[in-house]
Design a protein around this ligand. Structure first.
Ligand code: CA
Ligand code: CA
Length: 323
């Protein structure tokens, strides 16, 4: 399941610091994703990707953008991924999903990328951004020791902070703004907790109250090697090259009888009606899906046949906790 993988990877490249009025920043973010499914169990998705971005600090900054470079995807068509008064307008262009780093680097090689943008609220223009050679950290991101399994059972006592351990990473030569960023979303895509730590951090704390009962979550931990060049953009905007290994993991704080969707201690026809409605909507992130996406019994962001198998078993038993 690749819920939000590209979007989450792209978030790392979202240029956080737009310096002055009419600043335009440029960034690249190459990424590989992993899935952690147990203590000591981390597997790669094998889908190396790259996001190239331009950010103007003004609503409706540009009316069109594209990127040309010496490579097979040139020119890259870009699309708007954000546009508001507070954060301005962001355009992203995407690579393919590649099976390995060599394939990604062949498709999106280091070198000069010319961004051409048509003016709207900001002036149009052309700007060269230099993509650096890939410089990922060596380490695979991982929740260490029993952190993964303790996260699965955190719902049993959420009165205390959750303190976990991770592996951390050694920075790459020349990188100047690398970090471990950590975000916990629910499966409908809302952020419940996030933090930013130095690469060498080996523990994190989720304060009690950050995570709500009765929800399914996924966490993403980004090991990002980042090269930041302040002022290299336009009007005080920046250049950022980042290379990120990201690990995803799922957990939930639901009760012992998740198939009891209306929480009346029975799994019966009323729950079946609610399940069927959610099954037709499919995606937890759909605006039509009820809050908490309770019919997603497998906690990965979609209501599909695998959820139905679990629902049907509980429906046959009827009582939530037969003793
Ligand atoms: Ca029920
Ligand atoms: Ca599901």
């Amino acid at each position: 399941m690749k819920f939000g993988v590209l979007a989450a990877a792209a978030m790392v490249s979202a240029v956080g610091s737009l310096a002055s009025a009419q600043a335009v920043s440029f960034a690249s973010s190459k990424a590989e994703n992993y899935l952690q499914t147990g203590d000591g169990a981390v597997t790669p998705y094998n889908d190396w990707s790259c996001v190239l971005s331009i950010a103007g600090d003004t609503f409706d900054a540009f009316s069109d953008c594209s990127i040309s470079y010496a490579g097979p995807l040139s020119p890259i068509t870009m699309g708007i991924v954000g546009n508001d008064a507070m954060f301005g307008q962001q355009w992203y262009g995407y690579s393919s999903l590649n099976p390995d780093l060599a394939s990604l680097d062949a498709e999106i090689p280091p070198g000069d990328y010319t961004f051409d943008f048509t003016g709207n609220a900001l002036p149009g223009g052309s700007h060269v951004f230099t993509l650096l050679p890939s410089a990922f950290c060596v380490e695979t991101p991982e929740l260490l020791s029993d952190t993964y399994s303790r996260l699965q059972s955190y719902k049993d006592d959420m009165s205390l902070d959750f303190i976990g351990q991770m592996s951390g990473f050694a920075d790459q030569p020349g990188a100047n703004s690398s970090s471990i960023s950590f975000i916990v979303y629910d499966t409908q895509g809302r952020v419940f907790w996030s933090t930013n730590l130095p690469p060498t951090a080996i523990s994190f704390t989720i304060p009690t109250g950050s995570i709500e009962p009765g929800r399914a979550y996924f966490g993403v931990m980004f090991y990002t090697v980042s090269f930041f060049d302040a002022g290299a953009g336009i009007n005080g905007g920046n250049h950022t090259n980042s290379f990120s290994r990201n690990v995803f993991f799922y957990f939930n704080t639901r009760g012992p009888c998740p198939a009891d969707i209306n929480e009346d201690t029975l799994v019966d026809d009323e729950d079946f009606v609610l399940f069927a409605q959610a099954y037709n909507i499919l995606l937890c992130g759909d605006v039509a899906m009820p809050d908490r996406c309770p019919a997603d019994l497998t906690n990965e962001g979609v209501v599909d046949d695998t959820d139905f198998v679990q629902f049907a078993q509980a429906y046959d038993q009827l009582l939530c906790n037969p003793e």
